[in-house]
Design a protein around this ligand. Structure first.
Ligand code: SF4
Length: 283
């Protein structure tokens, strides 16, 4: 069995940076260290952080102490203020590329522009960006099925933004559609390069192999997007969180296998998956 391992698989810059900041805090801090929500959507990485004493703050108490790390997805400004008001020291590990989208939303909202955002409803990054847009925010969460695009009063100024992990072709289609219906709009290309590279490489690999193994947490939106891409290419997809989910029978009849992983999947998990599949060949 031939294996093609994606070059762009595993932690992206923003997740790697958030992980390094958190581990450094865990080593250095005197008091408790928490992440505000799970740092990344991957059980193996969460286990590692727990073993270093990093707790998860699921909601903001009235009073608290210690360090709270804001994860790569970012938070709405109101939640940051609540953390500080509760007495926590806040360490910001928001990915700089997410900060850029937040600042675009904040800047244009303050100038009276409506901020149309393509993003997954309920996703933390989306909540954060919408928080910066405030009352000027308008979320489109399922463009292809809902076609719920805002029709704005003639002359109303607006901008179009995307959650950093959205599918590029979907975003371009939505942006074209909204610009055709409403004049006075500006589109910003806010999809992260790493997302784009990961998705286009997954598409290429899917076209060349018999099946693709996608490694990542079940709650990871960008991992789920990779699964969708493989399906769109008409290839069988084996979606797993770790090598423990693998079974030799899954590969029956396949001679070429691709392996890719989401931005929140640790490199060590992808390496173990590749190793495990190789052992299937020699056994
Ligand atoms: S996918 Fe891109 S924008 Fe999102 S955390 Fe990673 S580097 Fe940052």
């Amino acid at each position: 069995m031939e294996i093609e391992l994606a070059r762009v698989a595993g932690f992206c810059m923003g997740v790697k940076r958030a992980m390094e900041i958190t581990l450094a805090m865990a080593d250095r801090a005197q008091g408790r260290v928490y992440t505000y929500g799970p740092l990344i959507h991957n059980p193996s990485a969460i286990e590692l952080l727990a073993s270093r004493g990093v707790g998860i703050l699921q909601s903001i108490p009235e009073r608290g102490s210690g360090i709270v790390i804001i994860r790569a997805h970012g938070v709405p400004p109101q939640e940051r203020a609540m953390l500080l008001a509760a007495g926590f020291q806040v360490v910001d590990a928001t990915c700089p590329k997410v900060v850029k989208v937040q600042m675009l939303a904040k800047h244009f909202a303050s100038k009276g522009y409506l901020c149309v955002l393509l993003g997954d409803r309920g996703h933390p990054e989306v909540k954060g960006i919408m928080g910066y847009a405030g009352e000027m925010g308008c979320l489109v969460s399922d463009y292809e099925n809902e076609r719920h695009l805002p029709c704005l009063p003639e002359g109303r100024k607006y901008i179009v933004l995307a959650q950093t992990t959205q599918d590029e072709s979907r975003y371009e289609a939505m942006a074209r559609d909204i610009l055709a219906r409403n004049s006075n709009g500006r589109v910003f290309h806010t999809i992260c390069d790493s997302t784009h590279l990961r998705q286009s490489e997954t598409r290429r690999i899917a076209a060349e192999v018999d099946a693709v193994v996608v490694v990542g947490g079940q709650n990871s939106a960008n991992t789920r997007r990779l699964v969708e891409i493989v399906k769109e290419e008409g290839r069988p997809v084996i979606a797993i969180e770790t090598e423990n989910d693998l079974d030799r029978d899954m590969f029956a009849g396949f001679s070429r296998i691709g392996i890719t992983g989401g931005a929140s999947t640790p490199d060590w998990v992808i390496d173990r998956v590749a190793y495990c599949i190789r052992t299937f060949q020699v056994a």
